[in-house]
Design a protein. Sequence first.
Length: 136
Amino acid sequence: MEMNIICLDSDVVVDYLRGREPVKSELRELINSGKIITITSITIYELYLGANLSKNPGKETEKLDNLRVYLQEIEFNSIAAEIAGETDAHLKKSGMQVDLRDVLIASVCIANKIPLFTKNASHFSRIQGLELYENF
């Protein structure tokens, strides 16, 4: 299936901003191929939290501000909230707990039928219904 849209997890954004390969090249290739690159409101929170806890918050938040111009933002809404509640309950009942922020990010992707580009595929693969970007 040809994917025209990809959602970025925070680890991918951090690697891109730090110029780390192979993420930097892969993301540039996606952008150059015309893919729509998105980010969830939850991921934005994670990134700004990290930036504001860093040694140079002004510089780090400026990097994020500059990058966000090129990304479409996807909000956490009531559909994603329902999916997150079901997903988190299922994971807890199964003894496979996942960080709540990751459940929220995954639920936004599931609700919008958008694959997630993450370096943490083994972690996110526990979440049923989530499609992962695996060309990486």
